[in-house]
Design a protein. Sequence first.
Length: 388
Amino acid sequence: MKVKYFDNAATTALDKDILDKMMPYFSEEYYNPSSIYTKSINVHKVVDESRLRIASCINANQNEIYFTSGGTESDNLALKGYALANRKKGNHIITSCIEHPAVINSCKALEKEGFEITYLSVDENGFIKLDELEKAIKDETILISIMTANNEIGTIEPIKEIGRIAHEHGIAFHTDAVQAIGAIKIDVEDMNIDMLSMSGHKFYGPKGIGAIYIRKGIKVNRINDGGHQENDKRSGTENVPGIVGIGYAILKACNNLEENSKRISELRDYYISEIEKRIPEVKLNGDRVNRLPGNANFSFKYIEGESIMLLLDSKGICVSTGSACSSKTLEPSYVLLSIGLPHEIAHGSIRVTIGKHNTKEEVDYLIDSVVEVVDKLRKMSPLYEEGK
């Protein structure tokens, strides 16, 4: 049975041409870019070329890009590194209640260090309220961190306006753009972004490699002790194959962004339309318009999302019940609870994330399977009989 993969928010398949670009740096050009002989200097140039590719895709400068192990480390560096470097300016940070666990848990760690964190609420579609953001700002506020797009419900936040508010108050602005890079256009200048996190495996690049954009003049302490790589921002021998991969992957994603987004959005809208047409008592979570191209998160009343996921898995379909970073818990998604869903409805949710390799035939198979599985589970559910 060929697997039908619809969990591209969790990870994407590494493109074969990107792997081919990476291969020489595993065994042939294996040199440490921090050494000073010719072979290493040549590898160091390759690292900087990748830095330039990333910078060109987000309208940044080459020397504002730093490599990390992924989105989690980039978020930790942005939050903790900036907070610790700027503690004398203030101890207050503003974020939202639906951020990725890498941001939420970094903030919780900073609270133990004496920082005050404001967690902004969101509306029923997952948007923060700009007036609440303004009201939350204090003299002690040094950083605002709001994700570009939510990993579970796909809602795209008004990043440009958030950045404008931050800058009007002299506050730095970080955004976790892990889900957004390669899916929507990102311009750090136009969008008033001071720091931005990304991860290669979300846009058909390799796992274990990420990057952070840090605007020139933004002071950030490194958070792991070691050598002086990445201009003293991130210690550790550079992952050259991964760096090559993320550079080529982001360039490919950005060059094909408009074409891919249009096709993926059409498949997403078709899936949403058919599910709403063929299954009663369902709710689309997240904003219907301002959402990531491939994201469709539905709640199905009277049944469990985990049961839906497992039955779909038996049919060779991969979907999720939420973030892969927090899906091992039996608790309902904190994102869905934050947008106002009651526990019993939040529990009945699955997230489908369509990618560039999915076909119309696969989406048809997904739709038919979801309809069949939901019907089967509801016939077994005493809650469904009570609610009819």
